[in-house]
Design a binder for this molecule. Structure first.
Ligand SMILES: Cc1ncc(COP(=O)(O)O)c(C=O)c1O
Length: 500
């Protein structure tokens, strides 16, 4: 399949149209008097401060989909027209607009394609929402680990050879599900992964939450749909110009049943989707289809300039394709290594926010991640680079000379290891909190993801080993942030009470 750059509209598709925006305009022009949800009736009954902050225009647009945007309760014609344009823009056969983020897409696709007990090949660097999808379905994950950069503790993607080996060892597997790109902007070779899976008749689903922009610029990694996968979800709110919670679920072909996916989308989402969120996807699709390449040109140029200037600062490194030894990388991501400043990423994030009013996307022990998007300009990039410049020069007395290895090591402890039961069985089993030190040999009831490298050390159903306990204990002592466990300091961990 060829790469889309400037989106070529298929016959009959006019990307200048925006059906949801048009319908919102008509609703306003008609002067509709609503005896329907939402109860705030165009913002009239709302708390005044809230109304002032959000503005009456936005609130007037918070109308129902059926019986609002469409003129009768059960019709979905406007949304369907908007989603058809979305499918043309992202090169899908069918696209679903989501109001509960990529999380909802992950739940829906796996619910539609897997049954309890089915084997599914899953990249171990999955997001929590894919784990929840496994719990919902009762499928049995066969984990495949990403390669790790030997020094930088950055995942280098899932190798097609690993997928082929997993499929050969588990010929009954019904789906391959992967995250690509990773949080750090590293894509897997999806075209080759699709080829090895399709040769064996198995569909491929990609959690492309961090890659909604890939499809619109040739210098970015190939998008999941352009790589020939069967389904992919992308968070339009993460990188593009759409509202928080918005995402698109793209589907191609019939290896995964499109009708079942449509039903599952209806199950995974609210029955009262927010029209402002849906309309923001409509507008974002129009913008990207018509001007995406030019807008991304600018964002990539800004990010490249920022990367170059930050890399020149003492004590600071910024990931790039060359350092990682990759052909493809998300050029808009700034993964800024701060170990050389003698500070953790968390400390740098706090300093940036409190002293410089600059807010990174995320921090971990060794880095801060900053997103450069089509919303940035010279002045926002200058704020970021200036803040780092001041910090780097202030820290020049105290910074460390390279002593980062102990902060980065991840070792064998992140290998998936033995599973005693499926994530669903672990989730529904009685569980109890035990001191971490006493948990060796027990079955984890929790997902425990240390940052870095953002790969689960434990998933529900995994057998807890002494290696993993030692790794987690050391990480906590060094200030690693753990995502997932009920006790964020992991003095205790929830384990399955009576594994059978
Ligand atoms: C890889 C990945 N998948 C899915 C999600 C969930 O996306 P959303 O917040 O749009 O539901 C995230 C969120 O950060 C993510 O990093």
């Amino acid at each position: 399949m060829s790469r889309a750059t400037t989106v070529q509209a298929p016959v009959g598709i006019d990307h200048h149209q925006a059906p949801l925006l048009d319908a919102l305009r008509r609703y306003a022009e008609d002067g509709v008097v609503p005896f329907s949800t939402p109860g705030h009736k165009g913002g009239r009954s709302m708390d005044a401060e809230f109304r002032d902050r959000f503005g009456s225009v936005l609130l007037a647009g918070d109308v129902p989909l059926g019986g609002g945007i469409d003129d009768t309760h059960f019709s979905r014609g406007v949304l369907e027209a908007a989603e058809a344009l979305g499918a043309a823009a992202w090169a899908a056969d069918r696209t679903f607009y989501l109001v509960n983020g990529s999380s909802a897409g992950n739940h829906a696709f796996l619910l539609a394609t897997l049954r309890p007990g089915d084997e599914v090949i899953v990249g171990r660097d999955m997001h929590k929402s894919l784990m929840v999808a496994l719990m919902l379905t009762g499928a049995v994950p066969i984990y495949v680990e990403p390669q790790l950069h030997p020094e930088l503790s950055v995942g280098l993607g899932i190798r097609p050879e690993s997928i082929a080996a997993a499929l050969d060892a588990h010929p009954e597997a019904r789906l391959v599900a992967l995250v690509s790109p990773s949080y750090c902007g590293v894509p897997s070779d999806l075209a080759r992964i699709a080829a090895v899976a399709h040769e064996r008749g198995v569909p491929v689903y990609v959690d492309e939450a961090w890659g909604p922009h890939f499809h619109f610029h040739p210098a970015l990694p190939p998008s999941a749909m352009a790589s020939g996968v069967d389904g992919a979800v992308a968070s339009t709110h993460k990188i593009l110009g759409a509202l928080t919670q918005s995402a698109v679920l793209n589907v191609a072909g019939n290896r995964a049943d499109p009708q079942r996916i449509a039903s599952a989308v209806g199950m995974a989402q609210t029955t009262s989707p927010s029209v402002p969120i849906l309309a923001s996807i409509d507008a974002c699709r129009r913008q990207m289809a018509l001007e995406g390449e030019a807008l991304l040109d600018r964002a990539i140029a800004l990010a490249s300039e920022a990367r170059r200037r930050l890399q020149a600062l003492p004590g600071i490194g910024v990931l790039d394709a060359e350092t990682l030894g990759l052909d493809q990388y998300d050029l808009t991501k700034l993964v800024i290594d701060v170990v050389g400043l003698g500070l953790t990423g968390h400390e740098v994030e706090a300093i940036l926010r409190r002293r410089f009013a600059v807010q990174p996307e995320m921090s971990d022990l060794v880095s801060v991640i900053c997103l450069v998007t089509i919303g940035d300009d010279d002045s926002s990039i200058a704020r970021l680079v200036d803040a780092f410049t001041r910090l780097a020069h202030e820290r020049s007395e105290t910074r460390r000379s390279g002593g980062s290895a102990e902060l980065r090591s991840s070792g064998a402890a992140i290998a998936s290891g033995a599973q005693a039961m499926s994530p669903r069985a672990a989730f529904f089993s009685p569980a109890l909190a035990v001191p971490l030190e006493r948990s060796v040999g027990a079955v984890s009831a929790e997902l425990v993801i240390p940052y870095p490298p953002g790969i689960p050390v434990l998933a529900p159903g995994d057998v807890i080993t002494a290696d993993k306990v030692a790794y987690l204990r050391d990480g906590v002592a060094r200030g690693v942030h753990l995502s997932g466990p009920a006790d964020p300091h992991l003095a205790t961990i929830r384990v399955v009470a009576d594994p059978v």
